[in-house]
Design a protein around this ligand. Structure first.
Ligand code: URA
Length: 504
């Protein structure tokens, strides 16, 4: 019997080196026994790494001999070694052994070993997905004398997660990419990962749960109750996506039972409120617009004059169905300008930008990132609400190229008058209106670029995109990314020598 001791519970390289030697030496699976140094907890992590298992001289493989290993098997094995089933290494070795004589084995969906391995692979993938969606970081304040010197010490975060499998190493690159701007530590009972901006560190040691509840929990709860849409509630789908076993470490989960219980009443109340038929003044205003003269040439002068003139804009057909022009608002000398898509239902009725659901989310994230909306100028690429009437509701329609092009005339006047140092495009329509380019949001997202004449452009998503993502985990991730991008904007605005085209 050959006993192979691997260095860690998900030691793929160790398994591969040993499995290869054993297979080439003709050692059958039933003569092998696989264990992990210090048990499956990786308890002896800090011991010196062992050499691959030495085989008795008679079993050493002849040099230069090779094994048949399809690429798909490597992917499968990399996932399966992360599974918590103690039989995983033996199962993989059995598959490797059988593959040498059974061609196409890995593609036989009914083979018992293949079924078991594929099941493990799926379970590991699902566990990774849940970890990337449900890790909740809490900020750890810098103590006195701690942290980096300089104006902006990196923020530090800690998270606790309880995966089913040994997936800490497998998911670490995701967190490194996604949260590269902050120092973080993720602790789990199956090991830990940490990032300090320079190096990713991993430990298979079991950690214990730290006491890290803080005010971030309240933020998660506020966010979750804001985005919870009782009309879309499907309890089974929700529980499948966010299984109960994760709830204990999710601050927002404490709200779920009450939100579910109240959902029916909330839907009835929403239906009662939803009748957003334009009020009578919509029709009076429309009439006034029909009789008003076309706008003069661009007015020199004040923002108030420009806004007044925009009230009677007939540059495109959208004025026929919208209640009123929704012009930008904010200080005439604002250094920062946000450009959205177009007013929504509530903005159209109130005559003010970003006051509906997307606006509320926008305000929350601005507050979190320390940007005072009152100091910024907030406007839209298109100044009239475009919608399709459906029953009593008015359903948002994206403005088309012609409408965006017509309305750029106003946006340019706003830019010329206000001369902001930094313009933030919220979503693809704004990017189109500001640059003339109809695509490229994802490539430009999170980046500054020079607009010329002392102005910079920063591109991010539109907040309503967050409200439309059905997967709560993904929604949480995207929300954090949006928050990080607005934090970039806040930092740029605070930088003493903010330069056009630079990220400060
Ligand atoms: N979406 C926008 O782009 N602008 C608004 O004013 C409201 C929602």
């Amino acid at each position: 019997m050959h006993t192979i001791t691997l260095e860690g519970p998900a030691d793929f390289d160790g398994w591969r080196v040993n499995a290869r030697s054993l297979a080439l030496a003709g050692v059958p699976p039933q003569d092998t026994q696989w264990r992990v140094r210090g048990g499956d907890d990786g308890g002896l992590f800090d011991m010196a790494p062992a050499e691959p298992e030495a085989l008795p001289p008679g079993l050493m493989p002849p040099p230069g001999t090779g094994l048949k290993v399809p690429k798909d098997f490597i992917e499968l094995a990399k996932a399966v070694v992360c599974h918590s089933d103690p039989a995983r290494f033996g199962l993989l070795y059995r598959l490797l052994w059988r593959m040498q004589s059974e061609k196409g084995l890995i593609g036989i969906a009914t083979d018992a070993d293949v079924v078991r391995a594929r099941g493990m692979q799926k379970s590991v993938r699902r566990d990774c997905h849940k970890m990337t969606a449900f890790v909740r970081f809490k900020e750890v304040p810098h103590g006195q004398g701690q942290g980096r010197s300089g104006q902006n010490p990196r923020r530090r975060f800690i998270a606790w997660f309880e995966p089913d499998h040994y997936i800490v190493e497998r998911t670490a690159p995701f967190f490194q990419r996604r949260f590269t701007d902050m120092d973080w530590l993720i602790l789990t009972p199956h090991g830990s990962s940490a990032w300090d901006g320079q190096a990713l560190r991993l430990s298979p040691l079991a950690a214990s749960k730290p006491d890290i509840s803080d005010e971030t929990d309240d933020l998660w709860r506020t966010y979750f109750s804001n985005i919870f849409n009782p009309a879309r509630l499907k309890v089974k789908a929700m529980q499948a996506e966010m299984p109960k076993k994760y709830w204990k470490n999710l601050p927002e989960a404490s709200l779920i039972p009450d939100l579910i219980a109240d959902a029916e009443a909330s839907v009835r109340a929403m239906v009662a409120r939803a009748a957003s038929q334009p009020p009578a003044h919509h029709f009076r205003l429309q009439e006034a617009m029909r009789n008003a003269p076309a706008p003069d040439l661009p007015p020199a002068g004040t923002l108030a004059a420009l806004k007044e003139q925009a009230k009677t804009c007939t540059r495109c057909p959208l004025h026929c169905t919208a209640t009123q022009t929704v012009f930008g608002e904010g200080p005439e000398n604002a250094d920062l300008m946000f450009v959205g898509e177009q007013p929504g239902d509530q903005e159209d009725l109130a005559g003010r930008p970003f006051i509906g659901p997307a606006g509320k989310l926008f305000d929350t994230v601005l507050n979190e990132t320390g940007i005072d909306r009152r100091t910024a100028y907030v406007t839209n690429a298109v100044k009239h609400f475009k919608y399709e009437p459906r029953g009593k509701k008015r359903i948002h329609q994206r403005p088309n190229t012609g409408e965006i092009e017509h309305c750029r005339w106003w946006l340019k006047l706003e830019l010329d008058l206000i001369k902001p140092k930094l313009v933030v495009a919220l979503g693809a329509t704004a990017l189109h209106a500001l640059t003339g380019e109809k695509s490229g949001l994802s490539q430009r997202r999170g980046q500054f670029q020079d607009l010329g004449q002392g102005q910079s452009l920063f591109t991010t998503i539109h907040p309503s995109y967050l409200l439309r993502i059905p997967d709560l985990g993904k929604q949480g991730e995207e929300r954090l990314r949006f928050e990080a991008e607005l934090a970039q904007v806040a930092r740029a605005m605070q930088a003493p020598h903010f330069q056009a085209g630079g990220s400060a």
